[in-house]
Design a protein around this ligand. Sequence first.
Ligand code: ADP
Ligand code: ADP
Ligand code: ZN
Length: 219
Amino acid sequence: MHIVFIGPPGVGKGTQANMLLEKHPMVKISTGDLLRESIRNQSSLGIKAKGFMEKGELVPDELVLGLVQEKISTPEAGKNTFIFDGFPRNIHQAKELDSILTSLRSKIDLVIDFTMDEEERIIRLTGRRMCPKCQRTYHTIFAKPKDDTLCDVCHILLVQRTDDNEQVIRQRSVVYWEHTKPLLNYYGERKVLANVDASRPIEKVFSEIEKLISSKKKK
Ligand code: ADP
Ligand code: ADP
Ligand code: ZN
């Protein structure tokens, strides 16, 4: 079973994906995390991607698709449950994902569309803090670390993503409406789309997602 999380920046996709991983044997494929890792490693891909990410534009498809292909084309792929977080971001990526999965005799079974108001998302993103080592995310008000400014697990200082400033956040939202939102029709036609109200507390959203996944499994 493979799941896609779609939603504009700040709706809580990464938070929910990480919570699922803690409870269920799943593999998360977050292209944002993979790209930031490439930047940290100063790989040639990271160097190419950096400028697009700083401006809030999409990184070119061929770079992103290469990363995803590498992650999912493993002998265990058929047995794994993948959660795609922040991928695909446009129709071309969605079609490519379908063809990679078809070649692995697999498919997307569930797409969860996270929805909430833009101004609330900006409050979430400007308060977001990230652990530079394990990439866990926190929030200065809504999801505080135990020790104020340190990661609960790595005990190192949390940082703010350079693209989590209001101007770049607004640009990322524009990119979402233009390139990513059309995916809702794409997956709607395939009858795999479900929606969650992402404005509610973290635990409430989580239990709804778990329900959606278990009802899909029963089918
Ligand atoms: P996305 O991956 O969709 O961009 P994140 O999961 O990183 O979003 O969440 C954005 C910020 O909002 C983070 O700081 C996170 O701690 C916080 N957050 C996530 N879900 C909720 C929620 N349901 N209520 C309040 N804050 C949340
Ligand atoms: P958020 O958590 O705020 O939704 P991400 O971490 O998913 O943001 O993405 C951060 C940036 O990485 C995006 O603004 C974009 O530049 C790049 N990116 C991530 N995933 C993709 C993708 N699938 N295609 C193109 N660019 C991507
Ligand atoms: Zn950490």
